[in-house]
Design a binder for this molecule. Structure first.
Ligand code: NAD
Length: 262
């Protein structure tokens, strides 16, 4: 039995599903980064209970009060800059190495999957470490001087495009479109996978929340890893009700054992 009293059999069942799969897709949400110290959005101690999203995460808020929006993102950037990937992130990076085809789709903007070693991360909601010009749309990758530009009280970062565009974090705000290519890839992976893992997401933010349902209706086995119930729980084929930083390494251990015995 695990801490929450869940039988260990579910780990074996999930590992067996993974061992027999040709294509696996995982969708992660804020919950996978919680054990690293990044707050989620919708839980009791989540960010949305302390801040008003309508004042922070949309274009109108940025255009009318860029200092306030930048202040919040600057705080989140610093917070994220001080955390490390946890064993859940590392286990997913390991899955990419162990399986013939593994696609990792994330709603997170914290870059922790890349830091943990996953090579191909499909980022649906952007990446907080990148900057983007609000006017010309050019994106600056981490490591470039423009991506390093951050908010200092009284000085807003401005793009070098010459159009006086304000730089902003390259994250998807409420009312904005998701990056087209990332969404198309995520959709294809969900439709064509044999096993779909939904990890640490409340599964309420669409279109990302539609991916597990899409996978299931296309015939995939749906696995949920989340210590709390979500709207997805009743439709999942296997549910591991444990924190992902504990559950995923256990699944990987079982998978490795299966691979060495076959
Ligand atoms: P959410 O806040 O709505 O839900 C978080 C989920 O994680 C909950 O269902 C919760 O039960 C679960 N959870 C909590 N601790 C967990 C753990 N240790 N292991 C596994 N699961 C755990 O977050 P969401 O579904 O990702 O959707 C909200 C949006 O929040 C996304 O658009 C995302 O961009 C944004 N967001 C990102 C970050 C980040 O980048 N780390 C942080 C906060 C919010």
């Amino acid at each position: 039995m695990t801490k929450t009293g869940q039988t260990r059999d579910v780990y074996q069942q999930v590992a067996e599903r993974l061992a027999g799969a040709e294509r696996v897709c995982a969708l992660t949400g804020a919950g996978i980064s919680r054990e690293s110290g990044v707050p989620t959005f919708r839980e009791a101690d989540g960010l949305w209970n302390r801040f008003r999203p309508e004042e922070l995460a949309n274009v109108d808020a940025f255009l009318s009060n860029p200092d306030r929006v930048w202040e919040w993102y600057s705080w989140r950037r610093k917070l994220i800059g001080n955390v490390r990937p946890n064993p859940g992130h590392s286990a997913l990076a390991e899955l990419e190495r162990l399986l013939p085809h593994f696609a990792l789709v994330t709603q997170n903007v914290d870059n922790l999957h890349r830091q943990a070693g996953t090579r191909d991360v499909i980022e649906l909601h952007g990446n907080i470490l990148r900057n983007k010009c609000q006017k010309c749309g050019i994106v600056f990758e981490p490591g470039t001087p423009e991506a390093e530009m951050d908010f200092e009280p009284g000085t807003l970062p401005v793009c070098t495009c010459g159009k006086e565009g304000l730089l902003r974090p390259d994250v998807v705000w409420f009312g904005e479109m998701l990056p087209e290519r990332a969404l198309a890839r995520a959709w294809d992976e969900a439709q064509s996978c044999d096993v779909f893992l939904s990890v640490g997401t409340s599964a309420v933010v669409f279109p990302a929340a539609g991916l597990p349902y899409q996978a299931k209706s296309a015939g995939a086995v749906l696995v949920e890893i989340n210590p709390n119930r979500t709207e997805l729980t009743p439709v999942a084929d296997h549910v591991i009700s444990e924190p992902s930083g504990e559950a995923l390494p256990e699944v990987i251990d079982r998978l490795r054992a299966l691979k060495t015995t076959t």
